[in-house]
Design a protein around this ligand. Structure first.
Ligand code: NAD
Length: 459
């Protein structure tokens, strides 16, 4: 489970060898600790002529205590983040403004720095030219994620116009920044350490800022399935740290480990096999009697039963589809039918990059994880009226027992074939799910966010 190579390259001997042989050089990533400042250095903010987000973004950065660099400053500076409001770009000829902003700063970003480009969703653009130019932003951001190195990540955030293009969108033109704030804070912070090259869509939907950004889940009742170990155990810890009351669920056979997780965080434990026919109703009754509701449902439990398709027995197929996909649907149906997920609620599923790229020996798993993406696509618009957001994360190579079982050579390839040259940690997936769970993230729905260090698979 440990990445010995990454530890080795941090040593003096390791550094020398990496340099001499041109070996992969995994940087030490900046991760979140409560009370940390959002960035290690000042942020440089740029905007294309006519951009509409400079004002809200300035407000967000100022409120978050981020120092804004003076672009005309005489002294060359190093930056914690580069942010560019590209919403003013309406034609491909204006893309030059991206070059003009980023070119002089390409080597001025501090380790584990952040690059954020803000755009308008192409489908909301009034002209084909503007939609084309806005779509082009993806190529820049994904390339910066691959180029800048030293733990720097890059994301494109498409922000709805909210001026009729999406009738219930946020009125960003009037300076409202609430919808965007949670996403900008997440990206800038160490919480997003292993998220890079992503396109995130911020739309309409109610969002409310927390009283304390170090406890963004205060008072929220959160269900985490598969919480006894791995990513689920990290999730329980991170969500409890952020203020949530966690209901941790796992199979009865994992009862001891589950109890340890729940005790550790002052949460409650539910022993339940999600595939049991009465699991949805038993779970609904438990949540109703103990809490009267569940604000956030995190479908994390998942299994693999790998075999190439020709050698796979039907049981392997059935079990994987049932645990990873069908049980999520059955539970959603019952919780929604009984109105246990209130307005402002969240459904967050764990998919996988295998569900995007496919994987040899994993037809069952990849089918189930692609289905999870389908669930987000179909349920997010359907639940919009009820004020419930639906999102998924798609982890890449995460250091857990699941990946420790992969044969060495394949494991080493999986670990290094991404822009950060290392595997992610369970906490990286947990922090990303945490952001989607925050009441402040109500404007983020229908997204599938990869937590994969910009893995080459399925990119
Ligand atoms: P894990 O095997 O360590 O943990 C999964 C947990 O789910 C276990 O505690 C298990 O007991 C529980 N579970 C399985 N079947 C269940 C059932 N029927 N009812 C209740 N609980 C059940 O796995 P992990 O690596 O922590 O993965 C968590 C999620 O992340 C899974 O959905 C997995 O597919 C996904 N994922 C993991 C990786 C990775 O690299 N580890 C990559 C992509 C996606």
């Amino acid at each position: 489970m440990t990445d010995r190579y990454a530890s080795f390259v941090q040593s003096a001997a390791g550094r020398a060898l990496v340099k001499r042989l041109g070996l992969p050089d995994p940087p030490r990533l900046r991760r979140h600790h409560p009370g940390d400042p959002l960035l290690a250095g000042p942020a440089l903010l740029g905007a294309a002529t006519g951009g509409r987000l400079a004002e809200p973004i300035t407000k967000i950065l100022t409120a978050a205590g981020v120092e804004l660099a003076d672009p005309t400053g005489a002294n060359p500076q190093r930056y914690g983040a580069l942010l560019f409001d590209a919403t003013g770009i309406t034609d491909s000829t204006e893309l030059r403004q991206l070059y003009d902003f980023f070119h002089p700063q390409a080597r001025a970003v501090l380790p584990s720095g952040r690059v954020i480009v803000l755009g308008t969703p192409p489908q909301e653009c009034p002209t084909p030219r503007e939609a084309t130019a806005q779509r082009a932003l993806e190529g820049l951001v994904r390339s910066i994620g691959k180029e800048f190195g030293r733990g720097t990540t890059a994301q494109l955030v498409y922000v709805t116009r909210g001026d009729g293009a999406a009738a219930d969108g946020p009125d960003l033109s009037a300076g409202t920044h609430t919808s965007l704030e949670s996403t900008v804070r997440f990206i800038l912070s160490g919480r997003s350490a292993y998220v890079s090259g992503q396109v995130i869509r911020v739309g309409g939907g109610a969002a409310s800022a927390p009283a304390d950004w170090d406890r963004p889940l205060d008072g929220q009742v959160v269900l985490v399935t598969g919480a006894a170990r791995g990513i689920g155990a990290a999730l329980a810890k991170v969500l409890a740290r952020d203020g949530a009351q966690v209901v941790a669920l796992d199979i009865p056979a994992a009862g001891d480990a589950l109890a340890a997780v729940a005790n550790d965080i002052g949460g409650t434990a539910v022993q339940l096999d999600l595939t049991a026919p009465d699991a949805p109703t038993r779970l609904a009754e438990h949540l109703a009697s103990r809490h009267g509701r569940v604000d956030v449902v995190v479908h994390n439990a998942g299994i693999t039963r790998d075999k190439t398709l020709g050698r796979m027995d039907a049981d392997r197929w059935d079990q994987v589809i049932d645990v990873n996909l069908s049980s999520q649907e059955r539970i959603n149906d019952v919780l929604l039918e009984r109105e246990l997920i209130p307005a402002g609620g969240r459904i967050i599923s764990v998919s996988s990059i295998a569900g995007i790229a496919g994987n040899r020996g994993q037809t069952n798993y990849a089918t189930s994880k692609a289905g999870v993406i389908g669930l987000v696509d179909s349920l997010a618009p359907a639940l919009r009226e009820r004020g419930i957001s639906v999102n998924a994360v798609a982890p890449g190579f995460i250091e857990t027992r699941l990946t420790a079982r992969i044969p060495l050579v394949v494991r080493e390839a999986g670990r290094r074939m991404n822009s950060l040259a290392q595997g992610g940690l369970p906490v990286d997936v947990a922090e990303t799910i945490g952001w989607l769970a925050w009441p402040a993230s109500g404007a983020v729905s229908g997204n599938v966010v990869r937590v994969c260090g910009q893995s080459l698979l399925g990119a």
